[in-house]
Design a protein around this ligand. Structure first.
Ligand code: FAD
Length: 487
């Protein structure tokens, strides 16, 4: 059998390992951490369990596909359910909205609660479906770096619709046209944060995202988000894939412009293919530092990062669900701080993810596990200790105002994740969550391809390369990469 080495066991690394094994490769995965999953991991603090990174799960069929190609019945290995309420939204003036998965119910809810005509919501989601239908086949499911992506009937149909796909306007401008209420504009602008971008700069094309959440659905894995990692890891082990943990790759070995293996713990390990799942920017700075650098791609602005407080809360809040948003009063100022000032505003939008609502053993009886997160700039060497202290006070003050509580007195355990620790734990450049930002209309073309144009037999997958960050796109990166490889 031909041998493939995968550097990193993030979600895309796991998917790549499974895909190449099913193509007949003998696969070895080298992972610098002691555990698989990269950003998709978990932490346990006392009797509280937290999903450490991603919390929103869409397109579960992508996980199922990996079981199917391996000849397994997905339902025997990975279970999940569809959410009835996608998110609970709160504003400081006391207004609240439940984003029901049922489109008509959601449209009625915003008409009653916010005065937004139900028809506008239906129109917005129809538009979102339209963008998805025309752009997903081109930008999500295929390499942008192969001629046959651009010369086919699907591509031709999309070119004809370019004007209607939001490429020439910003997400905010498009949403201001669609909705009459500022709160609805804010609610739909939030989707820019799903890939770490700024709704006041990113093209309206990103209005594709609500389609995933509303028209297709948001889901929760029965055993938490980390079970995505665990179930794929178990499948990989079952398929005979060899994992080496605590094994940091030091260099990709290249001979005559061909990748021939990796250097790990001063040992040369040879293979026919090398697949890099490590963040592309840091990979070029370290394990590919002797190779030609794709400078333009490396210099692209990165997505935002996150500041997370994992809090064990010794009380239940019945008004909260799995996903909760406490909106800032001035959204534009918030993004201005993140993307222009490299700072955090005094009134950030607070996201609280509480898996114990769906999985009750994640917190003791009558308690909740709060993953409390705000979007923050990526790491540019700011004084994070100071920023974190100030942000913690702003977050607590906001929660107290909106939920009419004294949250500090209810925090039983605490751990913090910030851009510096995200970079340390997963090697992601500047601690950015999603690789490059999508703040300009050319961003899709300025991501690294799923292969190296300079080095034969070297491939790339993961959130820092095409088609982008977030679980669904990472899984597609592994699929596009595997489809390029001939058996
Ligand atoms: P990563 O998870 O980045 O893993 C890369 C792996 O490579 C790591 O395990 C690392 O240790 C390993 N590695 C690095 N260097 C080396 C080396 N030299 N040798 C060996 N191994 C190495 N996405 C969503 O879809 N929904 C969400 O709700 C969401 N929320 C998020 C919240 C947070 C706080 C974070 C951090 C991310 C979030 N994301 C979300 C984004 C999502 O987590 C990522 O896009 C995705 O998990 C990245 O996967 P990846 O395959 O690129 O690898």
């Amino acid at each position: 059998n031909q041998k493939a080495i995968i550097i990193g066991s993030g979600i895309a690394g796991l998917a790549a390992a499974i895909r190449l094994t099913t193509k007949g490769y003998q696969v070895e995965v080298f992972e610098s951490n002691a555990y698989p999953g990269g950003k998709l991991s978990e932490i346990q603090i006392g009797s509280y369990r937290f999903d450490a990174g991603p919390s929103l799960f869409t397109l579960p069929e992508q996980i199922e596909e990996l079981f199917l190609i391996a000849g397994r019945n997905p339902a025997d290995h990975f279970q999940y359910s569809k959410l009835d309420i996608v998110c609970h939204y709160f504003w400081e003036d006391g207004k609240t909205v439940k984003a029901y998965a049922d489109l008509n119910k959601f449209a009625e809810e915003v008409e009653t609660k916010l005065g937004e005509p139900a028809e506008n919501v239906r129109k917005a989601l129809k538009k979102s479906a339209y963008i998805y239908e025309h752009l997903a086949p081109l930008f999500m499911h295929r390499s942008l770096h192969q001629w046959n992506t651009w010369v086919n009937l699907t591509a031709l149909k999309s070119y004809l619709k370019m004007g209607k796909l939001g490429i020439f306007t910003t997400m905010n401008a498009a949403n201001e046209k669609l909705f009459v209420q500022g709160k609805m504009v804010q609610l739909f602008n939030r989707y820019a944060t799903y890939n770490g971008s700024n709704p006041y700069q990113t093209p309206a094309t990103l209005n594709i995202i609500p389609h995933l959440e509303f028209n297709i659905g948001a889901f929760f894995p029965k055993n938490g988000m980390h079970d995505i990692t665990l179930s794929l890891y178990r499948l990989a082990v079952d398929l005979g894939i060899n994992f080496h943990f605590n094994s940091k790759v030091e260099e990709v070995l290249v001979d005559k412009n061909t990748a021939i293996g990796v250097l790990v713990n001063n040992e040369e390990i040879h293979a026919d293919l090398v697949i890099n799942n490590m963040d592309m920017v840091n990979a070029y700075k370290s394990i590919l530092k002797k190779q030609k650098q794709p400078t333009k791609l490396l210099d692209q602005p990165k997505s935002s990062s996150a500041l997370i407080f994992y809090w064990g809360i010794k009380r239940a809040f019945p008004e909260l669900g799995l996903h909760n948003i406490l909106f800032s009063d001035d959204y534009q100022m918030e993004f201005d701080h993140i993307f222009s000032k490299g700072s955090i505003c005094h009134d950030p939008t607070v996201y609280i993810n509480i898996t114990s609502v769906c999985k009750d053993d994640d917190a003791p009886n009558g308690c909740m596990n709060w993953f409390t997160m705000i979007n923050v700039p990526n790491n540019q060497g700011q004084d994070w200790d100071k920023l974190i202290e100030e942000a913690r006070s702003s977050i607590i003050a906001k929660i107290n105002r909106v939920l009419k509580t004294d949250i500090e007195s209810l925090i039983e355990v605490e751990e913090i994740l910030d851009p510096r620790t995200i970079e340390c734990k997963t090697s992601s450049a500047n601690g950015a969550l999603y690789g490059n930002s999508s703040n300009n209309r050319y961003a899709a073309f300025l991501r690294h391809a799923n292969y190296s144009s300079e080095i034969k037999n070297l491939y790339f997958c993961g959130g820092s390369v095409h088609p982008g960050g977030g679980i669904p796109l990472c899984l597609l990166s592994a699929k596009i990469m595997a489809e390029m490889i001939e058996t």
